[in-house]
Write a protein that binds this ligand. Structure first.
Ligand code: BGP
Length: 484
């Protein structure tokens, strides 16, 4: 057998988020979350690729008045809430060392601002963690994966209000205390940088209710940074042996040409992407960002002690999602190309997924090297994968060679980065079981090793089926990445 370049205790696994898999949106005492309000819009009727946001109270009220049995895919997920045992057994069969999931904040605090948690919600995750531990799978838990209780939006306009820091701290302490013997790996906010691009999803902000959107967004973000640092502090105090990380939607940006204007633009975009991890890993706002605030009339209101807590309670590791790379041009007039949350100019060297996301395995290696050079903390790839349409053959098989090719190429480059000295803790492929897409609410955009029988409109038996990639990944894990 070829020798593995991956560390012996490398954390192989898969990743999900509560709002995209659980369903049962109104069971077990759960309150509504911001994602429960996203209705499905078929591709032909969509005006933009990303349909994640709600911007006004009126829009929210209209959605609240709608029949809940209709078009709200994130409310139904793939029924993990009732089928977690079956799903975890399949993850165990693949040999997962870890499983990334998120706790739904409104399952624990239905309104977000009460002091007493919902016992039924706590019990659900006890059961899930017990089931994982039964198979020796380490839970990797995101505290907030686009999952703000709706009440906090309605009453406080989300993270703009400083009081939300206390609500979140109470939530974080509650789950650390409850699960201290079960969960050793934690993440604070999923893709924290999405806050500036999608304020409703990232920070629970209704933009129609604020005068200066950027001011509001960065103030909310400051509160999230403080809340994240407080969670790090509490986690270390309550579970000393635990490790807690931040989470970034990583965007590697290439300059289109060696023209210094393109290079400078690429660098500026990178700095804006890395600002979030600068604060969470280094513990302070970088000077280029302070300057940006000054130039744009943004004033961040800080309370005494904020700078100290950011500096003293930095994360143990940096985790990130990686799907694609972008290309920057110094010429702002050029045609913009779509990506997940980012735009750029076309890269003629790369192919794209059916959703236009550029496939770039080597970019993962570049990113790993760059992040490790900059921060010198362990890295964890907690999302990577190919969203694709799958076909169930007549004999029931699903031959997803395109997914295997994608993952193989990325894992290979991750191995190269490790060989070159980068400290990588683990790899959790996104959507290890098919789930509802975050950006489009489609079910047909599938990432899984496990197929779920459900269409974009919620029709289907929800039956689980192994795809060809299931056995492939099982072998990857069994050989600790030596055989891809
Ligand atoms: C990330 C999110 C995930 C996930 C993934 C794929 O941004 O953290 O929740 O869904 O992207 O995106 P999509 O579902 O839009 O294909």
């Amino acid at each position: 057998m070829t020798e593995s370049v991956f560390p012996k205790d490398f954390l192989w696994g898969g990743a999900t988020a509560a709002n995209q898999v659980e369903g049962a949106y109104n069971e077990g005492g759960k309150g509504l979350s911001i994602f429960d309000m996203i209705s499905f819009i078929p591709k032909e009727e969509r005006t933009k690729d990303i349909e994640m946001g709600v911007s006004s109270r009126k829009e929210l009220d209209t959605l609240l008045a709608q029949d809940t049995s209709g078009n709200f895919p994130k409310r139904r997920g793939v029924d993990f809430y009732h089928r977690y045992k079956e799903d975890i057994a399949l993850f165990a069969e693949m040999g997962f060392k870890t499983f990334r999931l998120s706790i739904s904040w409104p399952r624990i605090f239905p309104n977000g601002d009460e002091t007493e948690p919902n016992e039924e919600g706590l019990k659900f995750y006890d059961n899930v963690f017990d089931e994982l531990l039964k198979y020796g799978i380490e839970p990797l838990v995101t505290l907030s994966h686009y999952e703000i209780p709706l009440n906090l939006v309605q009453k406080y306009n989300g993270w703009i209000d400083r009081r939300v820091v206390d609500f979140f701290t109470n939530y974080a302490k509650t789950v650390f205390n409850r699960y201290k013997d079960k969960v050793k790996y934690w993440l604070t906010f999923n893709e924290i940088n999405v806050s500036t691009m999608e304020p409703y999803i990232g920070s629970g902000i209704l933009v129609d209710e604020v005068e200066h959107v950027e001011q509001a967004v960065y103030q909310a973000l400051h509160h999230q940074f403080v809340a994240s640092a407080r969670a790090v502090k509490a986690c270390h105090e309550i579970i000393p042996e635990a490790q807690i990380g931040c989470m970034l939607a990583r965007m590697e940006v290439y300059p289109e040409t060696p023209n210094p204007d393109d290079v400078l633009e690429a660098l500026t975009q990178e700095q804006k992407n890395l600002f979030f991890t600068d604060v969470q890993v280094r513990g302070y706002y970088p000077s280029f960002m302070l300057n940006y605030f000054k130039d744009n009339g943004i004033h961040i209101e800080m309370q005494p002690g904020d700078e100290e807590i950011l500096a003293q309670h930095t994360v143990d590791f940096l985790s990130f999602s990686y799907y694609m790379t972008m290309v920057a041009s110094g010429d702002a007039e050029r045609v913009k190309e779509k990506g997940n949350f980012f735009t750029g100019v076309p890269n003629p060297y790369l192919k794209a997924s059916d959703w236009g996301w550029k496939i770039d395995p080597k970019g993962l290696r570049i990113t790993l090297k760059k992040l490790y050079d900059r921060y010198q903390v362990p890295l964890f790839i907690v999302e990577n994968g190919l969203g694709a349409y799958d076909t169930v053959e007549e004999d029931g098989s699903i031959i997803d060679d395109y997914r295997i090719d994608y993952l193989r190429a990325h894992i290979k480059e991750m191995g190269e980065a490790i060989k070159e000295g980068v400290d990588v803790m683990g790899y959790t492929s996104w959507g290890c079981i098919d789930l509802i897409s975050a950006s489009t609410s489609e079910m047909s955009k599938r990432y899984g090793f496990i197929y779920v029988d459900q269409d974009d409109y919620g029709n289907g038996t929800l039956e689980r089926k192994k795809k060809k990639s299931f056995d492939w990944y099982k072998h990857v894990i069994a050989t600790n990445g030596a055989e891809l």
